[in-house]
Design a protein. Sequence first.
Length: 132
Amino acid sequence: MSAARVLVVDDFAPWQHIVLKLLESETDLQIISTAVDGTEAVQKAEQLQPDLILMDLSLPGMNGIEATRQIGIVSPGSKVLFLTHHSEPDIIQAAFDAGASGYVLKSDFNADLIPAVRAVLLGQKFVGSLTN
């Protein structure tokens, strides 16, 4: 089985580095690119057609929810997993309405990210613990 191809979208470079290090330790995941804003995420999704996109919500220019909507059009086979600090129920619902398959809080990424990635890649929905 080939490695799942992953695009990581986050505008905060130190956080992006932490996420990349965690994902790189998984032999069945391949980081194919990164993006720092919603517009770049949509462009790279269209160009690379990743299996999974880890998406932050607060991005410069186009936010993660709007980027997810557009990715659903240009790369319909890509699954989107939000990794963000926003825990408000209406924002979480908006993310799923836009086409997300999963939602993990950055504060819980150590425990939730890899299980979320696995579930989403299997076609399941995943919502991490949403307590602050």
